[in-house]
Design a protein around this ligand. Structure first.
Ligand SMILES: [Zn+2]
Length: 87
């Protein structure tokens, strides 16, 4: 069955979905796609867990070094780079 979007496009929508910024009809489409597509499902779960962790630890004020180590352990260095802004 033809999908309305490619996996690549859906993967770009996942973070919007998790932020609650994705239009409702697209949420439904994405949910349906995740049921049919194991690849996207894995990425979705990983992204969700990552965002949850990031939010959880983002609120706590941790020493920079400890946080950096944590993020490196979790392979979240991209987020660190994002956060620093002026790099
Ligand atoms: Zn897919």
């Amino acid at each position: 069955m033809p999908l309305s979007k490619r996996c690549e496009e859906w993967l770009g929508q996942i973070s919007l979905y998790l932020d609650g910024e994705l239009a409702e009809h697209l949420c439904r489409e994405l949910e349906r796609h995740l049921e049919e597509c194991p690849d996207c499902h894995v990425v979705f779960n990983t992204t969700r867990r990552t965002i949850e962790l990031y939010r959880q630890y983002g609120r706590v004020s941790m020493p920079g070094e400890a946080r950096e180590r944590l993020f490196r352990t979790l392979n979240l260095e991209d987020l660190l780079r994002d956060e620093s802004g002026s790099g």
